[in-house]
Design a binder for this molecule. Structure first.
Ligand code: GDP
Length: 332
């Protein structure tokens, strides 16, 4: 399954960020603490270059605290980078953000040299909620559907601290296959862009390996470690009474239950990747991506050669590698 999209406003965002970043001191990237690697945006790093970065692991109330500690240590070990965990229950998140930004750019501050900060994050990561808490107003719209924030705005967090909110967010081409599933499971991807059953099965696969006890407790199941993911989904459907005619389980309904329970924290505090796991997937994804690109190039070169021999032009898109999508198909 390839989960990809690139709605028009995300092209605009890319331009807006490139323009804005020139006068920015610190870039805050809001990450989902349940999937910090998958919810990060490699394109952002390309656009913001060497600007100091604050990684905010948001929704930490839903994430496994031990994994959050690993991710914080991982980011805090990187140069010009700091990381903090946050969630919507924090009454004064602005104080933490301001303090971390001053550590990253100590030369800024005071009315003559106000701190200028850009805040970015993929849809549904909790950016509007955070901004609303900080401003105490309803300036940023919130919603549980992906992609609601649209218009760039400047927020004055203190007399000498300006925060720029970007419209929407760039969506990178997802090269880590696992990330597509995790993003869909977390609620970052519009619900029409993926198959719930497929995503629920992938989620169950990870949970079986890492959080089997939580799943068994939540759905009152017998041990699930020896079962196939489909069998676990079926058992959950049965436990929740999602039955069709002749006692068959409604797997679609069961998948929706699993995703809802995961997103709301009903199963427990869960993180879907450790820094180490993600690094492994990323390396494999990058290698596969490079191989696809090389194949594509070789194909294009072959076509060009045969076109010249037969006196024909290049065929458009013919023989495209379905795994190598540059422009995603569906918006949130
Ligand atoms: P945005 O698209 O990044 O602006 O995300 P929103 O602020 O609209 O939040 C998306 C959803 O996540 C909403 O349903 C919020 O209530 C929820 N949310 C935001 N922050 C947190 C958090 O720290 N913890 C939890 N559990 N939910 C949150």
């Amino acid at each position: 399954m390839a989960i990809q999209w690139f709605p028009g406003h995300m092209h605009l965002t890319q331009k807006a960020i490139a323009e804005r970043v020139k006068d920015i001191d610190v870039v805050i990237e809001l990450l989902d603490a349940r999937l910090p690697g998958s919810s990060a945006n490699p394109m952002l790093a390309e656009l913001t270059g060497r600007k100091p970065g604050l990684k905010v692991l948001n929704k930490q109330d839903l994430a496994d605290p031990a994994c959050t500690a690993l991710w914080l240590a991982h980011y805090n070990a990187q140069p010009d980078t700091r990381a903090i965990g946050l969630d919507a229950s924090q009454a004064t998140p602005a104080r933490q953000l301001i303090e971390a930004c001053h550590q990253l750019a100590p030369q800024r501050g005071g009315m003559a040299k106000p701190m200028r900060v850009l805040i970015c994050g993929i849809p549904n990561v909790g950016k509007s909620t955070l901004i609303n808490t900080m401003t105490g107003s309803r300036k940023a719209k919130t919603g549980d559907e992906a992609g609601i924030t649209r218009i760039e705005q400047r927020i004055v967090l203190a007399d000498d601290f300006y925060l720029w909110d970007t419209p929407g967010m760039l969506w990178p081409r997802i090269i880590v296959a696992q990330s597509g599933y995790k993003l869909a499971a977390s609620g970052a991807v519009g619900r029409n862009a993926f198959d719930e059953e497929e995503v629920a099965l992938e989620l169950i696969g990870y949970l079986q390996g890492h959080y089997a006890g939580l799943v068994e407790a939540r759905f009152k199941l017998d041990p699930i470690d020896a079962l196939r993911d489909e069998q676990v989904l079926e058992a959950i459907g049965r436990a929740r009474g999602g039955l069709l005619a002749k006692g068959r389980v409604n797997l679609q309904k069961a998948a929706e239950i699993v995703l809802h329970e995961f997103r709301s924290g009903g199963i427990g505090r869960i993180t879907l990747e450790t820094p180490e796991e993600f690094a492994g997937w990323l390396a494999a994804g990058q290698q596969a991506d490079a191989e696809r690109a090389a194949k594509k190039q070789a194909r294009a070169a072959r076509k060009k050669g045969s076109g010249r021999r037969s006196g024909q032009g290049e065929g458009a898109g013919e023989g495209e590698d379905p795994g190598a999508q540059d422009s995603p198909a569906e918006g949130p």
